[in-house]
Write a protein that binds this ligand. Structure first.
Ligand SMILES: NC(=O)c1ccc[n+]([C@@H]2O[C@H](COP(=O)([O-])OP(=O)(O)OC[C@H]3O[C@@H](n4cnc5c(N)ncnc54)[C@H](O)[C@@H]3O)[C@@H](O)[C@H]2O)c1
Length: 360
């Protein structure tokens, strides 16, 4: 297993901003990308944090990721917006798309956002959190355009991406419920993290290039490539299909097929529905029922081997509190890859290393 650096958040921010400046991004974009990626690490999702930077650098150097790009509105039909992300940083495109949709949903009660051609949108929960902070319920179906990494239920090879689904519900006087997961057993980035750490993945997550079960994360990282399995057998597979049909075919006009992985860019399509519960629902009933049900569910006594019942969004908040206080763990392999990416982008890795407070 490789060593892990524990980097204080402020130091990590300075170091990661230095790397992102190498793309030639505006200061606003540098801030948005660094904050979003570090936000994923803080939330406990290292798979969607700063470890994505080497992939972004490869995509950029191939011309598949466009810096300083913004959303274009292709259709403005009141409560329906069709947006093009122009292959820009998803951290910027996602925020811009959500800002447009949130303004519409607050004015009209709901909004459907069809977003296509965004570069990697990162942790989708970040977008549901934005909606929830504005008092809005949201749902997000997302497809992935990159080399296929997930097998259909019963299939022996990869045919689509880790197609995440996310939903957020704001609660009066409490933290929102934010459900946010890949439809594969584990996110693909988690196999990269496991591979970099020299660890195995849990049983039932992966098949090798012959379609046989394996725990070796290499089958998801380096050739010969196998495939991740969907969670919940045919149920996760069904959700993955919906993400492709709604986020891909309907929202983006682009689905996953025949990608040989030579293109390093990762595009996402996202179909989002935003609803203002204050306009749609009987507000008092919604608040009483939502909070009452949550209290009822959380009162279930813990089963042997489990802690207290948690709601979606709680683990991420706990990670955030811990990592804000203690620093962000970054395994040495991932850190070396980030330094190498900095070098490719014309940023001095020695300075990045120093900014992170790590010896040279
Ligand atoms: N942009 C992309 O292309 C893309 C693709 C795939 C995944 N992702 C992102 O990857 C991230 C990780 O996905 P994942 O599938 O590894 O997540 P995961 O398996 O860790 O599941 C996370 C969800 O489960 C909830 N949860 C976790 N433990 C819980 C518990 N004990 N009780 C109740 N709820 C619990 C969390 O609050 C969260 O909502 C997500 O943020 C997702 O959006 C992005």
């Amino acid at each position: 297993m490789s060593d892990t650096h524990l980097i204080p958040v402020q130091r990590l921010q300075v170091a990661v901003q230095q790397v992102v400046r190498g793309f030639g991004s505006s200061e606003a974009e540098v801030q948005a990308v660094a904050d979003n990626l570090i936000g994923a690490n803080l939330s406990g999702h290292d798979s969607h944090g700063i470890g994505m930077l080497p992939r972004y650098a490869e995509a950029f150097l191939q011309g598949g990721l466009r810096v300083n790009a913004h959303v274009s509105t292709l259709l403005d039909a009141g409560a329906m917006l069709r947006l093009d992300g122009n292959a820009g940083f998803g951290q910027v495109i996602g925020a811009e798309a959500m800002a447009l949709g949130i303004a519409r949903a607050r004015a009209q009660g709901s909004c459907i956002i069809a977003l296509g051609n965004s570069h990697h949108l990162g942790r989708i929960g970040a977008w549901a959190e934005l909606a929830a902070a504005a008092g809005l319920v949201s749902m997000h179906f997302v497809n992935v355009i990159a080399r296929a990494v997930v097998a259909p239920h019963g299939g022996a090879d990869a045919r689509f991406g880790t197609n995440p689904f996310c939903a957020g519900v704001p609660l009066t006087g409490r933290d929102p419920v934010i459900l946010d997961f890949a439809t594969s057993m584990i996110a693909q980035g988690k196999t990269r993290v496991a591979y970099n750490k020299g660890e195995l993945v849990a049983p039932g997550c992966l098949i090798d290039d012959q379609g046989r079960p394996t725990q070796e994360p290499r089958y998801s990282v380096v050739p010969p490539i196998g495939a991740l399995l969907t969670f919940g057998a045919h149920k996760g597979f069904g959700m993955a299909m919906m993400c492709e049909l709604l986020g891909g075919a309907l929202a983006a006009g682009m689905t996953q097929r025949d990608d040989d992985g030579s293109q390093r860019r990762v595009l996402n399509g996202m179909f989002s529905v935003l609803v203002d519960p204050a306009m749609l629902a009987d507000r008092a009933a919604f608040e009483v029922e939502a909070l009452g049900f949550i209290d009822w569910v959380k009162a279930s006594p813990p089963r042997e081997g489990f802690g207290p019942v948690q709601l979606a969004g709680e683990p991420e908040r706990a990670w955030r509190a811990q990592r804000m206080a203690e620093g962000v763990p970054v395994d040495a392999t991932t850190w070396q890859e980030i330094l190498a990416a900095a070098g490719q982008l014309g940023v001095d890795p020695v300075q990045v290393q120093a900014a992170a407070g790590l010896g040279v």
